[in-house]
Design a protein around this ligand. Structure first.
Ligand SMILES: [Zn+2]
Length: 439
């Protein structure tokens, strides 16, 4: 089993590292982020996921609490109504952020928990007690499920409780026992799953679309294609590496936690995500939620305000399981075009708008009809105008703040008079003699 420092990052697996980083930071800051890694056998997706166990930071919990109660926000039946003084008396301990696994053969009771029948039927001191399952035990941490597509196919009861645990942030689970009242507890667990869509029973989205949609991000992991990468994987240098990368990674998560509210998606980014949702007819609002969270956390990890590059990066994985591949490519291409527009100066942006305006009317109509539902070209034009209104004045004011109020609107190129149809005009207004033209 390879440790984190020994895994070579390459173009086929780099995005999984980046998305797992987002999820760890989310867990650390109180928001679970669910990840599904898809890839063929041998791509190393489960090795990477399991190696993350080493880099997870420590968390504080109320001493001895099996539910991992956060001392500042206790949730378990034993601690949720205690005062801070009472919690202080019990004490606080540091534990590793939980990383637990659910195996393909797991049963509902072991995943969610059960009522401890031994304690409740004790003659001396009968008491209600819960035997915690994997999910509540992993509160504030990670649960990994390998071969999620097989579980979705064979264990509908596990799928149902995953839907509950992943349905809201935080989620919830219900512990049931015949004849006893149902116990419901909140759970804040990031679910990480892996599957090989080419093996039986096929891709998760074809088996349980609802479960597939609960994952915030789906990442495709591929084999390395570069011989240099293969050589590095087996080099002595890598096999004997010390764990500096591990320590560094843990530090990054703690830094990102400190910065979590420092860099937020701007209104432009929020509008951009909302417009993608509306204009491309994306079915799930979870896309917008995942993308907003993802860009915010990426900002904290990279210590800068999230920008359009982060939107492109995050959208790739937030939409992979939610739209057809050709639509995803269209959306990404559209975003790439916007990125280059934002980078160019206002003159080139103006030129491209004028070019769009030069399209004959018939072309525009046919475009609208062609793209009635997924009108990328029309959308791109409208968006350009909005971008100009938002970004161009800002860009100019950044260069010279005292001219910003007088900066001309570059998109207006029309005569001041209102246009009238020909039949409302006198003939002399549109038929000119040679003399008139010379004047
Ligand atoms: Zn507790």
């Amino acid at each position: 089993m390879k440790n984190y420092s020994q895994i070579i990052r390459h173009s086929g697996n780099a995005s999984l590292f980046d998305i797992l980083d987002v999820s760890v930071t989310g867990s650390l800051t109180g928001t679970p982020i669910h990840i599904h890694a898809e890839g063929l056998r041998g791509t190393g997706k489960t090795t990477i996921i399991r190696a993350y166990k080493e880099v997870l930071p420590k968390i504080n919990r109320i001493k001895g609490c099996l539910y991992n109660c956060d001392p500042s926000n206790p949730h378990c039946p034993e601690h949720y109504n205690l005062t801070s003084e009472e919690i202080e008396k019990i004490g606080v301990e540091r534990i590793n952020m939980p990383f637990l696994e659910i195996s393909p053969s797991a049963k509902k009771g072991s995943v969610v928990g059960s009522i401890d029948l031994k304690k409740i039927s004790s003659k001396e001191s009968p008491e209600a007690a819960l035997l915690l399952g994997t999910i509540p035990k992993a509160h504030r941490g990670i649960v990994f499920i390998d071969e999620i597509n097989r579980i979705a196919d064979t264990s509908p009861e596990i799928v149902d409780l995953l839907l509950d645990a992943m349905g809201t942030k935080p989620g919830r689970i219900q512990i049931e026992e015949a004849g006893l009242p149902v116990t419901e507890i909140p759970v804040q667990v990031s679910i990480w799953a892996a599957s090989n869509p080419d093996e039986d029973p096929g891709p998760l989205e074809n088996i349980r679309r609802q479960l597939s949609d609960r994952f915030d991000f789906t990442v495709n992991v591929e084999r390395p294609l570069d011989t240099c990468v293969i050589n590095r994987i087996f080099s002595d240098e890598v096999l004997n590496v010390v764990n500096t990368a591990t320590i560094q990674k843990t530090k990054e998560f703690l830094e990102a936690k400190k910065n979590i509210n420092r860099f937020k998606p701007t209104q432009e980014i929020r509008d951009l995500l909302a417009s993608l949702y509306v204009n491309y007819g994306i079915e799930s609002l979870r896309y917008v939620e995942a993308a907003l969270l993802g860009t915010k956390i990426r900002g904290a990890l990279l210590k800068r305000n999230p920008n359009i590059e982060d939107v492109i990066f995050i959208t790739r994985y937030a939409l992979r399981h939610r739209v057809e591949m050709k639509d995803l490519n269209n959306i990404l291409q559209n975003l790439e075009e916007k990125k280059s527009l934002i980078k160019k100066d206002s003159i080139s942006v103006e030129t491209s708008i004028q070019n769009e305006n030069k399209l004959p009317d018939s072309t525009k109509v046919s475009e609208i009809n062609e793209n009635k539902n997924k009108n990328s070209k029309t959308f791109s034009f409208d968006f350009l105008k909005k971008l100009l209104q938002r970004f161009v004045p800002n860009a100019e004011s950044a260069k010279s703040s005292n001219t910003s109020s007088t900066a001309p609107n570059p998109s207006i190129k029309a005569p001041p008079q209102k246009a009238l149809p020909m039949d409302k005009l006198k003939i002399t207004e549109y038929v000119k003699t040679e003399e008139d033209l010379i004047k």
